[in-house]
Design a protein around this ligand. Structure first.
Ligand code: FE2
Ligand code: FE2
Length: 192
């Protein structure tokens, strides 16, 4: 079972709601990048059919999330804006063991499941915090539901290709690391 080791403080929601354009732009770029990451996983593992099948679908779904956030930016008269550095993702990527092909795949799958879990937590917070009459409420509820499914998908794929005990042990380590990464980052109007 994947349970995050830290909880996002409620101040995060206040920061996001004070600067919604910055948050929406960051969210859009996040969706764009996870779509690209799914394509990269397919490209790097073309003989693993279950993984490729899942990543082709996921890339399309995340690209659709990107499109949906982009539409909401444009509805507000906003541009996409330049992508900003994401210190959370930079730190998370450093945790991947790239020197070994198998370990690298295991780490990518486990880390992406944690990243999806964090996305679920934050989009769910967003959906809960918004008033009933805000059209973004239903949108964030839907996105949160999708990210919750992606969290399970990555973990399922990890357990398809690696022994369950190895996956659980690495998950335990990386959940600890993720909580440490998040603890030292300032709260911003961004997904992470
Ligand atoms: Fe997404
Ligand atoms: Fe996702």
């Amino acid at each position: 079972m994947l349970r995050l080791r830290s909880q996002t403080p409620s101040e995060w929601i206040d920061i996001v709601r004070r600067d919604l354009p910055t948050f929406l732009r960051d969210h859009a770029h996040n969706e764009r990048k996870v779509s690209q990451s799914a394509l990269a996983l397919a490209k790097d593992n073309p003989e693993r059919v279950e993984l490729t099948d899942a990543m082709v679908d996921l890339a399309a779904e995340e690209l659709d999330h990107f499109r949906q956030v982009y539409v909401r930016l444009r509805e507000r008269g906003l541009t996409l804006g330049f992508d900003r550095p994401d210190p959370y993702m930079t730190a998370m990527r450093k945790l991947m063991r790239k020197h070994d092909t198998d370990l690298y795949l295991l780490d990518r799958l486990v880390l992406f499941s944690i990243i999806e879990a964090r996305g679920f937590e934050r989009f769910h917070m967003m959906a809960e915090a918004l008033p009933e009459d805000d059209p973004l409420k239903a949108f964030y509820r839907d996105v949160a539901r999708d990210e919750a499914l992606h969290r399970v998908l990555f973990l399922k794929l990890a357990k398809l290709y690696f022994p369950e005990a190895d996956v659980d042990a690495r998950l335990d380590e990386l959940l600890e690391e993720e909580a440490k990464v998040l603890a030292i980052l300032p709260l911003r109007a961004s997904v992470h």
